[in-house]
Design a protein around this ligand. Structure first.
Ligand SMILES: Nc1nc2c(c(=O)[nH]1)N[C@H]1C(S)=C(S)[C@@H](COP(=O)(O)OP(=O)(O)OC[C@H]3O[C@@H](n4cnc5c(N)ncnc54)[C@H](O)[C@@H]3O)O[C@H]1N2
Ligand code: MOO
Length: 394
């Protein structure tokens, strides 16, 4: 059986990023930059006021002495002339500082009468000027290749004055759920022994949250010819095919056999973890095929541990960014681990991590409240509250 770190290392080694494409910036949120993004101009391009008030020459300024207001500078329409001592220009936040002026005094300190303005004591010490290039200089690297365009990064990309960006193509994902017992949610009660099909919904949401385009979601009964046909179609459509269920050792576990006619080549099959031991990853017809166990908690834990790094790697983000472990204290006791490395579901708050009471790999209700996985080495003794553990956002 493959160890967890070894399985992740194989993903890092074998999975190559998808090709790049150019998209309009408005379409780029959530995508990953394929090329570094440099600033086309400095920000601000020239010194600007940081407050509404008056631009003045600081040297020789005296509170109470009147200054002559010679013009106005607005954001988008600066003042063309030059300011000399004894003069002031009415200015607004973000407006270019006129030549000669080096300080902005907030309008709260100004007494204005016609063309004359007098400043009250106490307007210092702030100069309220943002120097040219104080945010960033022209030509600097703002966002490196491999950066996800988060909402915050979108600001920097637009501020770089770029209309289009080179991003990695979105991974196309097809999901196939297998099992005779599965019924579309809303119809399970119509058939004796049916259960609502839940796993593909969670896996789809996780793939989408990682930037993937889910091109199809299908379910198939445990019949090999039916599943082979579903595999064929999914391989036509997607970069990554995810098959859920049928990963175990029963006669009707067809998750791997359904890809056999397409030349399935396994990267790993079975990982020494709990839950999710039957998880596997392979390649067929040049596509990645990820097999997740059918148990809902096992499926979501293995999706978090292997699908998220796989999608990260395809999008040139690297597996490390997909698996950021943090050391956090336990807020409640953690039971001893068995012989497999274990990923306990937990909730995190100010007090620390509270392992959930239901650690069954078939659990669905407990999944909805879990937001962390605690990584427990094999044969770890029970831990008391306060003990530091390694945790991953789930
Ligand atoms: N003799 C052995 N039995 C099992 C082993 C083993 O090593 N030897 N491994 C166990 C482990 S660990 C797991 S995990 C499961 C994995 O089983 P499968 O991947 O074959 O999954 P199924 O048998 O199809 O289903 C398991 C369970 O999950 C429910 N399920 C499946 N798909 C869905 C879905 N899309 N939505 C909701 N629920 C689903 C299914 O009804 C079963 O209850 O095998 C153990 N057995
Ligand atoms: O891996 Mo299974 O997930 O232990 O039930």
């Amino acid at each position: 059986m493959t160890g967890f770190d070894d399985a992740v290392a194989r993903i890092a080694r074998e999975v190559r990023p998808l090709a790049a494409e150019r998209v309009d910036l408005a379409e780029a949120a959530g995508r990953t930059l394929a090329k570094p993004l440099h600033a086309r101009a400095a920000a601000p391009r020239r010194a600007v006021a940081a407050m509404d008030g008056y631009a003045i020459v600081d040297a020789g300024m005296q509170p109470g002495a009147p200054l002559r207001v010679i013009g106005e500078s607005r954001a988008g329409a600066g003042f063309a002339g030059r300011v000399a001592p004894g003069e002031a220009v009415r200015i607004f936040t973000g407006a270019p500082m006129p030549d000669g002026a080096d300080r902005c005094i907030m309008q709260e300190y100004a007494g204005r009468e016609g063309d004359s303005v007098i400043f009250a004591e106490g307007y210092g010490p702030g100069w309220h000027v943002r120097a040219a290039g104080s945010d960033f200089a022209a030509g600097v690297l703002l966002l490196d290749a491999g950066t996800e365009l988060t909402p915050r990064a979108m600001i920097a990309a637009a501020a770089a004055d770029t209309a289009q960006v080179a991003v990695i193509r979105q991974p196309r994902v097809a999901i196939v759920g297998t099992g005779d017992e599965l019924a579309p949610p809303g119809s399970a009660l119509e058939r004796e022994d049916a259960i609502p099909e839940s796993v593909t919904f969670g896996v789809m949401a996780m793939a989408q949250a990682q930037g993937a385009l889910v091109v199809s979601r299908a379910t198939g009964v445990d019949d090999l010819p039916t599943l082979e046909a579903l595999a064929d179609r999914a391989l036509d459509q997607a970069d990554v095919v995810i098959v859920t269920g049928g990963a175990s050792v029963g006669e009707r576990d067809f998750a791997k056999p359904m890809f056999a006619p397409h030349g399935l080549d396994l990267l790993f099959a079975k990982v020494a973890i709990k839950p999710g031991k039957p998880v596997w990853l392979g390649r067929a017809r040049g596509r990645w095929v990820l097999g997740l166990p059918g148990n809902p908690t096992s499926a979501m834990v293995t999706a978090r541990l292997f699908l998220v790094p796989l999608l990260a790697q395809l999008q040139a983000r690297g597996v490390e960014r997909a698996l950021r472990w943090r050391t956090l204290p336990l807020a409640a006791p953690l039971p001893a681990t068995g012989s497999r490395e274990t990923f306990a579901r937990a909730r995190w708050d100010e007090a620390g991590l509270t392992p959930l009471g239901n650690q069954d790999s078939g659990a669905q209700a407990a999944l909805a409240v879990a937001d962390c996985l605690i990584r427990c080495p094999p044969d770890q003794a029970a831990l008391e509250p306060g003990a530091p553990v390694s945790a991953l956002a789930f």
